[in-house]
Ligand binder design. Structure first.
Ligand code: SF4
Ligand code: SF4
Length: 451
């Protein structure tokens, strides 16, 4: 058999398998546009293949040979020209963040109270902006809940449940120590966290720069200095449901956020209690008003992902579609190192989150220094203002991010190629826009048939 003909047919076969794989994955994921477009590409390939067969040699051999050479050339460009991976750069001194300045703390302060007066006397620069935002009904306030009484009441119940868990985050340490090696402890903790429901866990040395300086939300009194001297942070992720997130910015998102915060709280409270039973100090940090540290940079140092353009952690498995959990402890453990997945390079060219952000809170441009770290700085006030207008948290950026695609063989293959080839990254950015849309449409999620 003619070599060029055979080589060309093998190239077609490889592309058929790839696009068939893509098309079936899209069908399963109910991604209509991606399914139609990948099937159309498959049909075009088939048509070209049949057209080539119509010709006689030597033209036929030239066409198949040319197709083979073109495919090999593209594959070489995509797979064998390595990326020069950028990592997150710490370029200056990192000062502790005061939790009193965190946006959620600021909007907990009630007008007419001592706390309110003290805060804005000390930080007058926030007063005008915060007053403007306060005129919009608060998320989950009685006024905002009217927008979707059933789902938003469910979200309120989840967040109230979380607040009631804060009394369980710390407790008495057992007098009897169970001593294992750091390696064995690390193994046991990771196994338990996996068993409890998170399949992505890492350990970092607890960097004091990521511990809040003062309490802003509690349970400690407002303004109390935070002293968290634990040696390690155990960070983990809980996956958010893709369809719930794809409904952003509508009520299902906040219901899903609440649900996954509850899951993360359950895991961290049990793990912290378990460690205390081994005779070591441990504290769970749960969502709501209970964090004593910043979770995304600790999770980054634990190797769970990288900070993306959208201002939060992009995890390897679920992209931005994850909620974080944290336990800090003195249990001897083995810490991981931050990993570089190529996400900084990808975000540099992608900008999909910035393009789709309804509040235009995500920067299009270059990174800037914030507290000693070079990063894309989110306009947190504009983001939060939009949440209040929508009456729910937003998550549009999370939903459109190409890394948030499902954890399945097709998307994992794409993620894998994105780690080492800049040409493939550019192809993947273009492909995400072509197959899923530059402005992907929101999905309507009929949660429990009550929305
Ligand atoms: S959550 Fe919404 S408003 Fe905030 S940055 Fe993301 S897309 Fe923009
Ligand atoms: S949407 Fe693109 S730019 Fe934004 S975080 Fe995701 S990969 Fe980065």
């Amino acid at each position: 058999m003619n070599f060029w003909f055979l080589a060309g047919e093998i190239s077609f076969a490889v592309l058929y398998v790839f696009f068939l794989f893509f098309s079936l994955s899209s069908l399963r994921e109910k991604e209509k546009r991606a399914f139609l477009r990948s099937t159309a590409v498959l049909a075009v390939l088939l048509a070209i293949n049949l057209l080539f067969l119509v010709f006689k040699d030597p033209l036929k051999s030239w066409l198949f040979g040319g197709f083979f050479i073109l495919t090999v050339f593209c594959a070489f460009l995509m797979l064998f020209i390595p990326i020069s991976k950028k990592s997150i750069q710490v370029i200056g001194e990192q000062k502790k963040i005061d939790e009193r300045d965190v946006i959620f703390a600021r909007f907990d302060y009630q007008e007419g109270t001592e706390v309110f007066d003290e805060y804005y006397k000390r930080k007058p620069e926030y007063k005008k902006l915060d007053e403007e935002i306060r005129r919009i009904p608060d998320i989950l306030s009685s006024l905002s809940v009217k927008k979707n009484p059933l789902l938003l009441s469910l979200a309120s119940a989840e967040f109230d449940f979380l607040e009631n868990q804060t009394i369980h985050v710390d407790g008495k340490v057992s007098d009897e120590k169970i001593e294992l090696s750091p390696l064995a402890n690390t193994h046991v903790i990771k196994k338990i966290i996996r068993y409890l429901g998170s399949d992505c866990c890492g350990i970092a040395p607890l960097n004091q720069a990521y511990v809040y300086s003062h309490s802003g939300r509690g349970p400690e009194p407002y303004g109390q200095e935070i002293s968290l001297k634990h040696e390690y942070g155990i960070a983990f992720t809980v996956e958010m449901d893709l369809e719930m997130v794809a409904a952003a910015p509508q009520a299902p998102v906040i219901v899903e956020t609440g649900k996954k915060y509850v899951e993360a709280a359950r895991i961290s409270i049990i793990v912290a209690d378990f460690i205390r039973r081994l005779g070591y100090s441990a504290r769970a940090h749960i969502a709501g008003s209970n964090y004593q540290a910043l979770l995304p940079p600790i999770a980054w140092e634990a190797g769970l992902g990288e900070l993306g353009r959208l201002g939060t952690l992009i995890t390897w498995k679920y992209g931005a579609r994850a909620r974080l959990g944290l336990v800090t402890t003195d249990l001897p453990l083995i810490a991981a190192k931050p990993k570089t997945y190529g996400i900084q390079n990808f975000c540099q060219n992608c900008q999909k989150c910035a393009r789709n952000c309804p509040a235009q809170a995500i920067p299009f441009g270059e990174k800037k220094e914030e507290n000693g770290v070079l990063k894309w700085v989110l306009n947190r006030e504009e983001c939060y203002k939009f949440w209040r207008k929508a009456g729910t948290d937003c998550a549009v950026c999370m939903s459109v991010c190409p890394y948030s695609k499902p954890d399945n063989p097709f998307h994992n293959l794409i993620r894998e190629f994105n780690t080492f080839s800049s040409v493939f990254q550019n192809f993947s950015i273009w492909g995400d826009d072509f197959f899923y849309g530059r402005f992907p449409s929101r999905r309507k999620k009929e949660l429990l048939s009550i929305s």
